[in-house]
Design a protein around this ligand. Structure first.
Ligand code: CA
Length: 229
């Protein structure tokens, strides 16, 4: 399922777009503010970002510029009819496409599909896919299933590795025990004893944490676990 981040301060429009995208089978998340939108854009992997130009705290151009310093996530800029200069500027800053407000939802969906298709084609051509994940001083080489911390290789079991990978692929997202059971162990019903997650988090901490230092994995009481940036 494609994950789409929507950053738009007009709440009605944002919610409308979000619902329409969900109806089309996309997974969506909305931010009404440039700064939190940027944080989420950087911390999670999105298939595309719909970005308003005029936003509180950080405008769309600045958000685009900062995303592009580290990521190539496709961006569609949403701009008002008269902001031609800004549209051009948005593309200069690295947006992939723009759509003029007010727009018909069908047009947005068509542009989004086209953009995702283009990205798919490009990534198929791309032989050297990004397979390295980093969190603080931990690096995971996905192809080699290798984990290093401060350049030392850490020996993990398959489950510990999957657990670490899942947490690192969802930085700043609190993962509930049920969710981790589903993702790491492949369990789909809730009857399974969720303590197994706590046990494995403990194993993992024993291997990756340094004694006396804050754990890489934080417990969110009553909910689950998260690695925070
Ligand atoms: Ca706006």
């Amino acid at each position: 399922m494609n994950k789409i981040l929507i950053v738009e301060d007009e709440k009605e429009l944002a919610n409308f777009v979000s619902l329409e995208l969900q109806h089309e089978g996309y997974d969506t998340k909305v931010h009404n503010n440039g700064r939190t939108g940027l944080e989420d854009a950087l911390n999670e992997n999105w298939d595309a970002i719909l970005l308003d130009l005029m936003l509180p705290e950080l405008n769309g151009l600045e958000v685009t510029r900062r995303i592009r310093q580290v990521k190539n996530t496709p961006i569609i800029m949403m701009t008002a009819r008269d902001d031609i200069m800004d549209r051009v500027s948005g593309l200069d800053h690295g947006a992939d496409d723009y759509i003029i407000k007010p727009f018909a939802i069908e047009e947005l969906l068509a542009r989004l599909r086209a953009l995702l298709r283009r990205i798919d084609i490009e990534s198929d051509k791309n032989v050297t896919k990004q397979t390295t994940l980093g969190y603080r001083d931990i690096v995971v080489e996905k192809e080699n299933r290798l984990v290093r911390r401060r350049n030392e290789v850490i020996d993990l079991t398959k489950r510990e590795y999957e657990l670490l990978l899942t947490l690192m692929e969802n930085i700043n997202t609190v993962l509930e025990r049920d969710k981790l059971l589903e993702k790491v162990w492949g369990y789909e019903n809730n009857d399974i004893e969720t303590n197994v997650v706590d046990v494995y988090v403990r194993y993992l901490r024993n291997k990756i944490d340094f004694p006396g230092e804050e754990s890489y994995i934080q417990t969110v009481r009553g909910l689950g676990y998260v690695m925070r940036s």
